[in-house]
Design a protein around this ligand. Structure first.
Ligand code: SF4
Ligand code: MSK
Length: 662
């Protein structure tokens, strides 16, 4: 077969503009290598598009409104109160409505994902999905008990039926609190009740938020903020939590497992299939398809040594956590991985799927498959995935991938980089890990925080964003935190960044401060614990809740010496996550940019005022070391308030540390 070059009609770049060096835009060596190759091949990926697309400064400050045809109205971020919109809307109204709609969209994404999991659960419980069963009856019972369902003397089927009916209320409940509100620490719940922000069903909350942000409805930023909080909580303690819990019930709760991350997980001599997206159903079915002897034989007949299934983004993280499936990279690497020429099929479902993938895939003769009715892309082949006959879709994709392998006509270049790491931690596993089978509880974690070995806990999560150097801010932030004895919990693309930096192995404990490293060495755990995908941030909420309930660290989540960060965020989902952490009581620092104008009343409310109402607050800095300082200062403030502060100096990661990390 004659080798083709991705050129002529296939290439998608005229390469006229000067581009930043690959090393400047990504801290990921494999992505950098592929970006260089893409440029040689005349193929454009997101890093180049980001350089060519100047972000709108008015939009970045959220100082514009296009909610009606009297506008769009543009206000000045420099002098925010100098003007109002045609309807008279102030900067605070405009910004709070824009922010609200980001939260509504992010919450809708997570809750719709959770709804799809619940749909599958209902069909499994009703016996309508052949081959599916409840893999984790222990988790089924514990989730049911946590929301007050009596499980004694009931069959798995009975408990599952009752649980389904209860959890459906997470979406549909018109009045009253959602079921998982029962898992919230009492004092936190009290603060929400006082503010009137305990969520009803997500459908109602999202609908009301969209209504209130329509032209001419809610025009008081404080009142809008209440509904922002309520909607975000309907995501974190609702849709996202349902998604995680149902996935665990159907597919098993993750437990620590060794897995490789980075593009070196692709195999030149095998049929490479990548699954990228968020819902585990497609991936679980694909796992069965690639293990079918008939398809393995077909791959061998086509000259391959086997079929290599690999994940990307969040469903990749989920499958890595449950099954140890290798992971090829995070959000900013999804186009770059196609440049290897080694991907025989990429199948996607929902969320964070760049439309640019279709063109890049075409440039390298890879077929991109959309599989979900909610996500189609021009230029991609659509093979619809249906839970009732799941393998019809995934078998067909495997067959097409084998055919592409047989007819591979593009040169293959796979970066020879893999990074092993331990993934698959969870709220449930921490219970066991620190306490052991006989003393399973969060008490040892709390004790280590109280005695100061662990200074506090940070959730570092979220996306990568081609507007900032990929992975760099995640990695630098986490290094600073662990050096200062802050235990780091991770999800999403951040977890992949840290895995690539080698921090998800127990040996990374040597990079932690003396207290944290002692705990890690005693338990044999890494100082950075990977909790899974972006909906799995609900695991972090539950861990925080358990820390409160275990005692010694205050009465509400807001009392805990904890902080959160999304250093390279990009999506509306990230804003929804940030907001539910803030409303739950966590100080949450975002990097890159913040979609609000400073020196406004709405900014003051989010960055300061919410704390006085028993919640957390937002913070922002694009600088990882500054971000770490802000989080550590907050943790120390909480330690002081709890009376467990010891004089502790903040340690900076110096050059010698950096060399040893390298
Ligand atoms: Fe302008 Fe008001 Fe219409 Fe927004 S709602 S576009 S501020 S007139
Ligand atoms: S995939 S939302 S880029 S974490 Fe969940 Fe990654 Fe952010 Fe998407």
């Amino acid at each position: 077969m004659e080798e083709k070059k991705p050129s002529g009609k296939a290439k998608n770049s005229d390469q006229k503009k000067n581009k930043l060096s690959p090393r400047d835009v990504t801290g990921c060596d494999a992505t950098s290598q592929m970006l260089e190759k893409a440029r040689k091949d005349g193929v454009l990926i997101a890093f180049d598009r980001a350089a060519d697309m100047k972000a709108c400064p008015i939009g970045a400050d959220s100082a514009c409104c296009k909610h009606c045809a009297m506008g769009p109205c543009r206000l000045s971020a420099k002098d925010p109160y100098s003007k109002v919109g045609v309807c008279g809307a102030t900067i605070d109204t405009i910004m709070s409505r824009n922010f609200a709609r980001m939260v509504a969209a992010g919450a809708a994404a997570h809750t719709d994902h959770g709804m799809a999991m619940l749909d599958l659960f209902r069909e499994v419980v009703n016996g309508n999905v052949p081959g599916y069963s409840i893999k984790n009856p222990t988790k089924l019972a514990s989730v049911a008990q946590s929301i007050g369902i009596e499980t004694a003397d009931k069959s798995v089927q009975e408990i599952a039926n009752e649980l389904y009916l209860e959890l459906e209320r997470t979406y549909t409940q018109v009045e009253g609190e959602i079921p998982f509100a029962k898992r919230v620490p009492e004092k936190t719940l009290e603060a929400w009740r006082k503010e009137g922000i305990v969520p009803r069903g997500a459908m109602r909350e999202i609908m009301e938020l969209m209504h209130r942000t329509h032209m001419g409805v809610d025009q008081h930023y404080e009142n809008i903020t209440k509904q922002i909080c309520r909607t975000a909580l309907a995501d974190g303690w609702g849709g996202s939590m349902v998604s995680t819990e149902i996935s665990d019930i159907l597919y098993g709760t993750p437990s620590p497992i060794l897995a490789d991350v980075n593009m070196g997980v692709l195999k030149e001599k095998q049929v490479n299939i990548i699954i990228h997206g968020h819902e585990p159903n497609l991936f679980e079915s694909m796992l069965e398809s690639v293990n079918l002897p008939i398809l393995i034989n077909a791959a061998k007949e086509a000259g391959a040594e086997g079929i290599n299934l690999v994940g990307m983004c969040c469903s990749g993280s989920e499958m890595m956590s449950r099954h140890g499936i290798p992971h090829a990279g995070n959000f900013s690497s999804t186009e770059a991985v196609l440049v290897t020429g080694a991907v025989d099929a990429m199948a996607v479902d929902i969320q964070c799927i760049k439309q640019g993938l279709a063109k890049v895939a075409e440039c390298y003769g890879t077929e991109l498959f959309t599989t979900n009715p909610r996500c189609r892309i021009e230029g991609a082949t659509h093979i619809e995935f249906n839970d009732h006959n799941a393998k019809e879709c995934t078998d067909e994709i495997v067959i097409k991938a084998i055919s592409r392998f047989k007819n591979r006509s593009y040169p293959v270049e796979i970066p020879n980089i893999t990074n092993p790491g331990i993934h698959g931690f969870s709220y449930d596993y921490i219970n066991y890990m620190l306490g052991g089978s006989f003393r399973g509880s969060y008490a040892p974690l709390n004790e280590n925080i109280i005695n100061g070995r662990i200074r506090g806990v940070a959730g570092v999560v979220g996306c990568t964003n081609p507007r900032v150097k990929q992975d760099y801010i995640h990695v630098e932030l986490v290094k600073e935190l662990i050096k200062n004895d802050v235990l780091v919990l991770q999800t999403g693309c951040s977890q992949i960044a840290l895995a690539k930096a080698g921090l998800l192995v127990p040996e990374a404990a040597t990079l932690a401060g003396p207290g944290l490293s002692e705990v890690c060495e005693t338990v044999g755990m890494p100082p950075v614990l990977g909790f899974g995908s972006c909906v799995d941030n609900s695991r972090i909420l539950l861990a925080a809740s358990e820390m409160v309930k275990t005692g010694g660290l205050g009465d509400s989540i807001a009392d805990l010496p904890v902080a959160g960060a999304a250093p390279e965020w990009m999506s509306e989902k990230a804003i929804a996550i940030g907001q539910y952490f803030v409303a739950s009581g966590v100080y949450t620092v975002f990097g890159v940019t913040f979609p609000i104008t400073e020196n406004t009343r709405f900014h003051d409310l989010l960055f300061d005022g919410l704390e006085a109402k028993g919640m957390g607050k937002w913070g922002h800095s694009p600088d990882p070391r500054k971000m770490a300082g802000m989080m550590i200062d907050h943790i120390d403030k909480k330690r002081k308030a709890l009376g467990i502060d010891k004089a502790r100096e903040r340690v900076l990661v110096d050059m010698q540390d950096r060399r040893s990390l390298g």
